[in-house]
Design a protein around this ligand. Sequence first.
Ligand code: PLP
Length: 339
Amino acid sequence: MSYIEINSSNFFHNLNLISKQLGSREKLFVVLKDNAYGHGLKLMAKLSQEFGIKKCAVKTVKEAKEIQKFFEYTLVLSDIPKDKFSNIAIAINDINSIKKIKKGSLVELKVDTGMHRNGINADDLEISLKLIKQKRLKLKGVYTHFRSADILSSEYFWQKKNFTEVKKRVKSLSKNLNIPLPYFHSHNSAAIFRNNNFDDDYARSGISIYGYHYLSKPLPCVDLKPVLSLWAQKLSQRELKKAQKVGYGGVFEAKEQMIVSTYDIGYGDGFFRYDGLGDLKVAEGKNILGRISMDSMSLESSKDKLCLFKDATSIANYFNTITYEIITNLSPNIKRVVI
Ligand SMILES: *Cc1c(COP(=O)(O)O)cnc(C)c1O
């Protein structure tokens, strides 16, 4: 059977680098949405707890409930539950959603500082805080998200400045409305490594904890280590004669006699569907031969197991996408092994 290997020392190495940048591991929310970016929700929650992480962010209430016991506090980014919880906070992405949240729930208010995707308008801070108070919601945090922290431009500073204004306003409004001061966070992975004077209460890191970053030069180069590697097992082996073809459409044709084996990962397992027309190599330097099938792919190898990738970057580049997509696509049904 194919499997995913999770390298725990690489994970701890990344968490260590990020915590140092922030000043302490207490300041880090690990982002475990989408099955922990394909790594496996529960096992990444457990490893995070081992490292001493207290807080995390996920997409749904279902995810939050699954890992509740590993964290002091979980933020749900994009879901509104019917119940309320003592250690799960619900993000308010739109002023109209305040009325849908159960009275007494923990909430965090997302503020739009320039990305224009989610969050209330900064002009609506006062009315939002009043609605939150009226509804007896417990405001734990106020946060925002950067749209281009990975790009060398002034946009990060512009949004950061907007958030500084938001913080000021929230501080004075919470005093006037007599509500406890919420904590503040804004930084994602890219922003964390751009800022050597971190001044929020927390930061949220996703892709960097898994070992990737997207800072374009000359932004700082960070020594993160990919955590996930993907391994496939041999299903069958054959000898191809010259001019015999492999797989659907017979796209690959042997130029000479060769040993070919078929391995048990295909696009149904979340590996991108390669059409066999280019030059896509797996970690061991072998070309994938012909089209990838739903449950298998063929390579020139006789090994019993083969590493498809230890670092998703070259596959992401090949498909003109980002490592986020390559890793989150991996099926939750693939077995995960922690080393
Ligand atoms: C996904 C997400 C993150 C993590 O972003 P990375 O670039 O992976 O660090 C942080 N905050 C929010 C609101 C997100 O949705």
